[in-house]
Design a protein around this ligand. Structure first.
Ligand SMILES: *Cc1c(COP(=O)(O)O)cnc(C)c1O
Length: 222
């Protein structure tokens, strides 16, 4: 893999204002270093232990995003240094992040994960659940957690209309919530959607942040 070339090519294909999260899960620190040397600073990981090890091994100016399923008992490990958690899907998690962020005197940015794809999964909120959470008393009182927007994944299919439709729904939901939040929604600016195989469609449908792994680093070896 020519990681530097892939980084440059991916970046060139994105409009200004769309953040590239280079998803480095399961790839070694040396691969991340290559991307870093090509100018990439934002990386996404999906496991707390792996994120912690890489954070220790790599330059301090990297922005680490957590994109995987998050268990409450792992929040404590990542909160001291994580830049953005994409995968918050419960009030319980929000409360735990609030608690751990207070402990280390930080404000932590998060996205609420929406479930719109057809695949069965335990992760992600329905639109109704997400809206209820956003408008809840709990969220109104959070001092250490800043909800920056939403994250979503489209169905893993070659059917472009399905994928486009799901991205469209995520963006439309975001726009509705942004309007409902009004002044409280000043920091609610991000729509994280699009992976290696569908990020171009996601960008066309209004993504502000794409999470690209395979296209940059090659296939993952689990
Ligand atoms: C692994 C992962 C990605 C990156 O997937 P690629 O197909 O390798 O680009 C993006 N988002 C999430 C949530 C992931 O777990």
């Amino acid at each position: 893999m020519d990681i530097a070339r892939n980084i440059e090519e991916t970046r060139r294909s994105l409009p200004a204002g769309v953040t590239l999260v280079a998803v480095s899960k399961f790839h070694p620190a040396e691969a991340i270093r290559e991307a870093y040397d090509a100018g990439q600073r934002v990386f996404g990981e999906s496991r707390a232990q792996e994120l912690l090890a890489k954070w220790r091994a790599l330059p301090a100016d990297i922005e680490w995003h957590f994109i995987g399923p998050l268990q409450s008992n792992k929040v404590k490990e990542i909160v001291p240094f994580v830049s953005l958690i994409h995968s918050v899907d419960s009030e319980k998690l929000l409360r735990e992040i609030e608690k751990q962020a207070a402990r280390v005197d930080r404000v932590v940015d998060v996205l609420l994960e929406l479930h719109v794809a057809q695949e069965e999964t335990k992760h992600g909120l329905s639109e109704a659940e997400c809206e209820a959470l956003l408008m809840s008393e709990t969220v109104a009182t959070l001092a250490r957690v800043r909800i920056r927007g939403v994250m979503g994944m489209a169905t893993n299919t070659d059917d472009e209309a399905t994928v486009r439709g799901e991205f469209h729904r995520i963006r439309a939901f975001f726009d509705r919530m942004k309007a409902r939040l009004g002044e409280r929604g000043a920091a609610f600016t991000e729509v994280s959607m699009g992976m290696s195989h569908d990020y171009q469609l996601a960008v066309e449908e209004g993504s502000t942040m794409v999470r690209v792994g395979t296209h940059i680093f090659g296939e993952r070896v689990y």
